[in-house]
Design a protein around this ligand. Sequence first.
Ligand code: 13P
Length: 341
Amino acid sequence: MNADTLRQTAQALIDDDKGLLAMDESNPTCNQRFAALGIPQTAEARRAWRELIVTTPGLNESIGGAILYDETLRQCLQDGRPFSQALEQLGIQVGIKVDAGAKALAGHAGEKVTEGLDGLRERLSEYVAMGARFAKWRAVISIDANLPSAAGIAANAHALARYAALCQEAGLVPIVEPEVLMTGKHTLQRSADVSAQVLHAVFEQLHVQDVLLEGMLLKPSMVLPRLDSDHQDSVHEVADATVTVLLRAVPAAVPGIAFLSGGQSAELASARLNAMNRRFIARVPWALTFSFGRAIQQPALDIWRGDPANVQAAQRALQHRAACNRLARRGEYMPAMDGVA
Ligand code: 13P
């Protein structure tokens, strides 16, 4: 492991107020989103969508790294360049999702554990040879009256730390993603309590596995009440709750915290990230940035709908979202930029 390279790669991903773009939906997830819009669920349609994304003018002004799915890393743009080469030429670092998905946790109804550690060392060395510089592994935690269990938290924290250690051995910066789902019946306070429990467990395991904190990024969910709750706390309340939990649980050695969006609207995701930076930028030891999937892609996908005639309009929407989120990193995003009064 080259600690200096890991530190530099992690820092470069978030330098210059940039964030990450998650475009690593598995084929079933990508197909689900395509089906909802009547887009053909084929390898070529997925390739065309991802070509639209990486050829968006100005993308590299806001995005320091893009997370790909295995299929995309093996595909090429129409001009014959592999996706990894096109991204490198833009100065966008290539990331790869390496988990094998969340599977039912034995003996714990309603809970999942993310699999994919078997053979991971070999897969990582192939990805490094294909140009990857960082990786992602997502753990999923559900909140219910009696969930998560201690077993669910421990199993996921352990797997995240084992993955992170293997990544660093291979020279890849691990993005450590413990996602506390927004679905459920919980309040903001319950989300805060569970997020704190999960993060403490994750950093304990990262310590046990000797993961270099300076050479990783954390990708958490924001602390939020359930998605369909009648009572939606204000952006300030969400920002306060999220940063309070992170300050208590995330060591200062971690260079950046890059949030997932998790199903919230693109505008709310920007507004909440903005509020965190506006209120806390001078007090937090890490960069607070974004690693959004849907909150960057969905408005553009809704425009594209698989029609080549819509490519430029979709790219403008994508560029707009990426730029709004870069402004949110500085606390300079305003809802009026999205036409919200
Ligand atoms: P969303 O921002 O759509 O939640 O996706 C981020 C991600 O990478 C989930 O693993």
